[in-house]
Design a protein around this ligand. Structure first.
Ligand code: AMP
Length: 304
């Protein structure tokens, strides 16, 4: 039996514009994307807040993936809404509108049944709320976190206090540069690892990801796809695949970490093939395994 993964973060309705088209009010949010991705590997305890407008059918979809929704609170009001537009270069996007709604008063309270979760991911929310979740857990094995430019700039002290208790930080390259004060990723990793985490994963969009640990540096490409429809959620599903795979293994070592980073990349590559969470409605573990195999062939530099 796999270890359990607990995740806290946003649950949203997204309106997304990309060079390939648009989608309005589709299910999104970091906690949602992460949970769905991790659910292919391990039991997931999801924490988040939705409004009274959140349809039963979306809950049914999450429940159909076996995700535990006891920690998904429903509050009076509307669900968090985000509207983003991607540039022709889809590594770049602008936030056109963001309505926090019920998310503004989010004070995560973990159900008793979540507190022994072994693997924890604190998705991108205010660092003091991430810390509040961490305090409620009983001796987690492995803690991961994400953050964003806003918290690095506006809540730096809270973020640094949190990082002292985090095992793996998963951020993108511009966030790593902002946090560390250097745009060189090797230098950035050295500084971030001094802040507390044992591992830093730097997400680089279509260029893949880098994992830095004290005893290892590992690089994976993004899986090359002919058409990218919508990159939303790629980072969160990358983290979901990574943490799901680690929880399935139940142990942290060089091998399980490298495998987890590859599973993260594989799951993220499915996310971007359709708008929102659409691709996950039909995805199977077999699909994931097939692409994992293709990934091995892609990166086999022996050529055997
Ligand atoms: P990603 O593309 O992996 O960075 O994640 C995209 C998801 O993050 C979308 O589904 C949004 O709903 C959510 N999101 C956007 N802005 C924020 C924010 N400021 N705080 C929390 N979640 C956000």
């Amino acid at each position: 039996m796999s270890d359990k993964v607990c995740v806290v973060g946003s649950v949203a309705f997204d309106s997304i514009e990309t060079p390939e088209g648009r989608a309005d009010d589709v299910l999104g949010g970091a906690s949602t994307y992460f949970s769905v991705a991790a659910s292919f590997f391990a039991p997931v305890n999801m924490v988040g807040i939705v409004g009274s407008d959140f349809p039963e059918q979306e809950k049914d979809f999450l429940a159909s993936r076996g995700i535990n929704l006891d920690g998904l609170v429903e509050a009076e009001g509307e669900t968090f809404r985000w509207h983003g537009r991607y540039h022709e270069n889809m590594n770049v996007r602008d936030t056109l509108d963001l309505k926090l709604n019920v998310f503004e008063h989010f004070a995560p309270e973990l159900p008793q049944s979540y507190r022994d979760s072994e693997f924890v991911f604190l998705a991108n929310i205010q660092p003091s709320l991430q810390a509040r979740v961490l305090e409620q857990l009983v001796g987690p094995k492995f803690v991961g976190a994400d953050t964003m430019d806003h918290w690095i700039e506006e809540s730096r002290d809270e973020l640094l206090a949190l990082l002292a208790n985090v095992d793996l930080l998963s951020i993108n390259d511009s966030e790593a540069a902002l946090l560390s004060g250097t745009g060189n990723m090797v230098g950035a990793a050295k500084r971030v690892l001094e802040m507390g985490p044992d591992h830093l994963v730097v997400k680089r969009g279509e260029y893949g990801a880098l994992q830095f640990s004290s005893d290892d540096v590992f690089a994976v490409p993004a899986f090359p796809l002919e058409t990218v429809i919508d990159p939303t959620g790629a980072g969160d599903t990358f983290a979901g695949g990574l943490f799901g795979s680690l929880a399935e293994a139940g142990e942290i070592n060089k091998k399980s970490l490298r495998r987890a980073v590859v599973y993260g990349s594989v799951v993220a590559s499915f996310t971007v093939e359709r708008f929102g969470m659409e691709r996950f409605k039909s995805l199977t573990r077999d699909d994931i395994e097939r692409r994992y195999g293709a990934f091995m062939a892609l990166t086999d530099f022996h050529g055997d």
